[in-house]
Design a protein around this ligand. Structure first.
Ligand SMILES: NC(=O)C1=CN([C@@H]2O[C@H](COP(=O)(O)OP(=O)(O)OC[C@H]3O[C@@H](n4cnc5c(N)ncnc54)[C@H](O)[C@@H]3O)[C@@H](O)[C@H]2O)[C@@H](O)CC1
Ligand SMILES: Nc1ncnc2c1ncn2[C@@H]1O[C@H](COP(=O)(O)OP(=O)(O)O)[C@@H](O)[C@H]1O
Ligand SMILES: [K+]
Length: 505
């Protein structure tokens, strides 16, 4: 599991440890880890000796870490220049160490920008966890120079301008190739839009012990431990039967897709009820179909209601029957809009899987007005809010998928395997069938949602191909689920080569 903690938690843990250690120890640990990563990057693209490095140095300890790391690089022969964003407020000891090691201060803004244009690497030490609001105006000319030169940036602790606790970006922020973060991950490094700015994230342990995380991300081993596997005692009923109420005359395909992924997940059998029975059986002869609603469709261990269901009276009846059944329930797509009309039905065994637009409808159903843009910009707070308002687990889909439970003390799960190639029609139907099947196999809603998102992301990547990828269909994502499952079950660490993907390992 990969954990992320809030600024408040980090500060409390650092405060405790600092009492026990000689002054400056934590900062030196941070600087050493930072310098080691920078040295590795410089070596990979040439050599350290004679390479050009520019430090963007803010007024706090983030700037101090950067100066101490710059001193280490200068001592190894790099030509390191520092831009002081606030000439009057700079960590004195760090500046002294930097100059003693041969580091130089750049002159005025023009000279600083010219240095950036020639640099091999820029370190962003403008602000770390002490940053508030968007970046201040003084830093912007240097950011523009970095963008013009296309020089890679290593962000120190987190990209300046990204909110550490939420991943929100108010105004400008640094776009890093690599972020070297200290002690623990910060939620803003794992959740978009912040995660987009962080690039590859590397954690430098500095010895702090932090309590229960605010956010966590599953890794292969965690998912492998949660995957339901049949044993010698198993039969199809004991493995769990999932019921799918989906599809309509207009959208029969949604039913086929949800059923198809449900068949490839943990359940031993899939029941289908709805108007697309003929299409479902043609595609998947192994499915038990019924034209009755959930109340008469036979026993299941979990229901999935919503993909392509439409929102008429029949759909409403289907939802009501599924809500009455005393088994775990996943609501997606049209069922979410129907639920929004009626408002929260708090149930610990309920899993909602909205995208941002459906989240807006659910929020409105609970009396909270928000726009799609607001939800996308503040994914973490809105996922938490929805889970609290609806008293159930919420999987918020999109650029980073989050799964939040109703108890605010339980960490929100962020999915590390997503790929934008999944933004293809019907891929949400595949996700809901998969998660429903895992619910039927006995996983708790938080586990079912996060394991489903993990496998769905891996399947998307597998279907799309390595590196740059290629467009995929939702059917191909469903077909790639067994490969994703095997990959996880083997326990092999998938080495995914692109920047964002490296966070998995
Ligand atoms: N606290 C500790 O024990 C450790 C802290 N470390 C470093 O210290 C950092 C936190 O240091 P600080 O608490 O001094 O805070 P920061 O250095 O993150 O930022 C605070 C300073 O930035 C200014 N500032 C705030 N918002 C800004 C904005 N939007 N634009 C420009 N300037 C802004 C403030 O006026 C203040 O002077 C961490 O991110 C990490 O890099 C590490 O050395 C590890 C140990
Ligand atoms: N930019 C993105 N990056 C990663 N995943 C995405 C992105 N956009 C959408 N997705 C994923 O694609 C799927 C789309 O689901 P959904 O919006 O319900 O589409 P549909 O209704 O067509 O099935 C979700 O799993 C979502 O998380
Ligand atoms: K920074």
């Amino acid at each position: 599991m990969r954990y992320a903690h809030t600024v408040e938690q980090v500060r409390a843990a650092e405060g405790e440890l600092r009492q026990l250690l000689p002054e400056g120890t934590l900062m030196q640990r941070a600087a050493a880890g930072l310098a080691a990563t920078c040295a590795e990057l410089l070596r990979a693209s040439g050599r350290i000796y004679g390479s050009r490095v520019v430090l963007l140095v803010g007024s706090g300890d983030n700037g101090a870490d950067t100066l101490f790391a710059g001193a280490r690089l200068a001592a190894r022969g790099a030509r390191v220049g520092a831009v002081l964003l606030d000439q009057d407020r700079v960590h004195r000891a760090a500046l002294t160490a930097f100059r003693a090691a041969g580091g130089v201060l750049t002159g005025d803004q023009r000279e600083g920008c010219a240095e950036i244009a020639r640099a091999d690497l820029v370190l962003d030490g403008i602000v770390g966890i002490g940053g508030r609001g968007g970046l201040r105006a003084g830093a912007l000319p240097y950011l523009r120079a970095v963008e013009r030169a296309g020089v890679p940036v290593v962000a120190v602790d987190l990209p300046s301008g990204v909110d550490a606790d939420t991943g929100e970006v108010a105004g400008d922020a640094v776009r890093a190739a690599v972020t070297v973060t200290f002690g623990t991950h910060k939620p803003g490094l794992l959740v978009d839009p912040g995660a987009e700015y962080a690039g590859v994230v590397r954690l430098v342990p500095i010895g702090i012990a932090v309590p229960s995380a605010a956010v966590e991300a599953l890794q292969h081993a965690d998912v492998a431990a949660l995957l339901p596997r049949p044993s010698g005692e198993s039969d199809k009923y004991r493995r769990g039967v999932v019921g799918i109420a989906a599809g309509s005359a207009r959208y029969p395909g949604a039913a086929v897709l949800a059923v198809s992924s449900a068949l490839h997940a943990g359940a031993g059998a899939v029941r289908y009820t709805g108007s697309a029975a003929a299409e479902v059986v043609r595609a998947h002869p192994e499915v038990l179909v019924s034209d009755q609603g959930p109340a008469q469709a036979g026993r299941v261990q979990a229901w999935v209601v919503g993909p392509g269901l439409s929102d008429g009276e029949e759909a409403q009846r289907t939802l009501d029957q599924a809500l009455d059944a005393a088994v775990p329930l996943l609501l997606d797509a049209d069922a979410l809009r129907l639920l929004a009309r009626r408002g929260p039905v708090p149930r610990p065994d309920l899993l909602l899987t909205p995208h941002a637009g459906e989240a807006v409808a659910l929020l409105a159903g609970a009396g909270v007005q928000a726009t799609r843009e607001q939800v996308e910009a503040s994914r973490l707070p809105y996922a938490r809010r929805l889970a609290e308002l609806y008293g159930c687990t919420v999987l918020l889909k999109g650029s980073t998928t989050l799964v939040a439970g109703p108890d605010p003390a339980v960490p929100v799960r962020v999915n590390p395997t997503g790929t934008p190639w999944l933004a293809t029609a019907g891929s949400g139907d595949v996700l809901s069938g998969l998660a429903g099947s895992l619910l039927a196999a006995g996983l708790a809603p938080l586990d079912a949602g996060s394991v489903a998102a993990y496998l769905h992301g891996l399947a998307g990547r597998t279907a799309s191909g390595a590196a740059e990828g290629a467009p995929i269909t939702a059917s191909e994502v469903a077909a790639a689920l067994p490969a994703a499952w095997r990959d996880v079950a083997r326990g092999a660490e998938t080495v995914l080569s692109l920047g964002k993907q490296l966070r998995i390992g």
